[in-house]
Design a protein around this ligand. Structure first.
Ligand code: RB5
Length: 144
């Protein structure tokens, strides 16, 4: 089964996004959809968040968003119903983001998180399952 990942960043997360994209391309089980930005030129992170969220919803997929800290782009993504965008910075937060929050978008900071750590966060997030049960009850309340 192929997992479809929509990826995007502003200029602050551009280099991290490019790194992650190259690394994830190498996995046969992943298909990567890069929604930009495509250079280091300054862009507004809410615009990228909106583009990625639209594609995630259309494809019923998951996403990765990068900005300088992961914060601004997560705030915007979370304004969309059905989106659970989690800023993570280590393997534990990445694991919890999936197991407890069923995050469908992972947010990372290009200015706060080293490339290898960010990749490890993505791999951790992808390799765990949502635990459901009481966490499902809580997650269901997020959109209500
Ligand atoms: C852009 O300079 C920066 O503010 C942005 O990438 C992000 O860190 C916002 O949260």
């Amino acid at each position: 089964m192929t997992t479809h990942i929509v990826i995007g960043s502003d200029h602050g997360g551009y280099e991290l996004k490019e790194f992650l994209k190259q690394q994830l391309y190498a996995h046969d089980s992943l298909s990567i959809d890069d929604m930009g930005t495509f250079s280091k030129d300054s862009v507004d992170y809410p615009d990228i968040a909106d583009i990625v969220v639209k594609k995630v919803k259309e494809t019923n997929g998951i996403g990765i968003l990068c900005c300088g800290t992961g914060i601004g782009i997560s705030i915007r993504a979370n304004r969309h119903k059905g989106i659970r965008a989690a800023v993570v910075y280590d393997e534990f937060t990445a694991e919890m983001a999936k197991k407890h929050n069923n995050a469908n978008i992972l947010c990372l900071g290009g200015r706060t998180t080293q490339n290898d750590k960010a990749l490890s966060c993505v791999q951790t997030w992808l390799s765990h399952e949502f635990e459901g049960d009481r966490h499902l009850r809580r997650v269901d309340k997020l959109d209500n």
